[in-house]
Design a protein around this ligand. Structure first.
Ligand SMILES: Nc1nc2c(ncn2[C@@H]2O[C@H](COP(=O)(O)OP(=O)(O)O)[C@@H](O)[C@H]2O)c(=O)[nH]1
Ligand SMILES: [Mg+2]
Length: 240
């Protein structure tokens, strides 16, 4: 486990990569770390099936990156994925400084909306304070002479993604698989801004645990609502 104390907060950059399968999460992880840390492949199935943590000293910082399996993983159920995502906190303590949501710059589908909603619920309300959206496959935008700002403007205002982007202070960046060191440093600069705004506070294992408790309470209350409904229906039947 990559343990951190208050003392090395400034020197460390600890992040988790999240997003759908095949959008380029592992590729971004490799670009940030500067070596082939995670397997990447164009494949019908997801290549990454386990949450993995790798690190490297670069740009005068100790970079720690957690890569996760993609949402809509072809072989894992939503429940198995949820459990796998929860493992980031086994790799990093006391927390992460940024949550990087990797998205392909393309037209968004219902599947994408479901993905963004899943992550909003998984990380809870605090997600917005630590979120950076990284758009990949930007050659498509370049082909159409479109800037990343113009692309973000086209995203539906009522979508989960647009709401997340607005709430996170519009922290987004375009980073393709051919990104230069300078572009990686721009991303690291964004993480430094998050660190400053959050005043030395991590998205901690504790915050994550609390978000899971809220999730299980809301699932619990939904189940208890269904049970109450069934009981009410049964007692009405009996009294008729
Ligand atoms: N054209 C293009 N291909 C990319 C980009 N990022 C990743 N890829 C390719 O997409 C495939 C899946 O990438 P990977 O990083 O394994 O996706 P993951 O499932 O999200 O981890 C690989 O063949 C990558 O080389 C990008 O920005 N542009
Ligand atoms: Mg991967």
């Amino acid at each position: 486990m990559a343990a951190s104390s208050e003392l090395d907060y400034d020197n460390k950059v600890q992040i988790v990569l999240i997003g759908k399968t095949q959008v380029g999460k592992s590729t971004i992880g490799n670009i940030i770390l500067g070596f082939h840390a995670f397997d990447t492949k164009l494949s019908a199935a997801s290549v990454t099936s386990k949450t993995e943590c790798k690190e490297n000293d670069r740009f005068g910082k100790q970079l720690v990156v957690v890569d996760t399996p993609g949402f809509f993983h072809t072989e894992l159920t939503e429940e198995e994925l949820r459990n796998e995502y929860c493992k980031w906190s086994e790799h990093i303590s006391p927390g992460i400084q940024a949550i990087v949501l990797v998205i392909q710059a393309e037209r968004f589908t219902e599947e994408d909306e479901k993905t963004f909603k899943f992550f909003k619920t998984l990380f809870g309300d605090n997600l917005k304070d630590y979120l950076i959206v990284v758009f990949t496959h930007i050659c498509r935008l370049e082909d159409q002479h479109m800037s990343i700002d113009q692309f973000v403007e086209t995203i539906d205002k009522s979508s989960n993604l647009q709401k997340l982007i607005c709430k996170s202070n519009k922290r987004y960046i375009a980073l393709g698989n051919t990104a230069s060191e300078e572009e990686v440093q721009n991303l690291l600069g964004m993480i430094e801004e998050i660190k400053e705004v959050n005043g030395g506070k991590y998205y901690s294992n504790e915050l994550f645990k609390r978000a899971q408790e809220v999730n299980s309470n809301s699932i619990g209350s939904r189940i208890s609502g269904i049970c109450t409904g069934i009981l009410n229906w049964g007692s009405k039947k009996l009294s008729n």
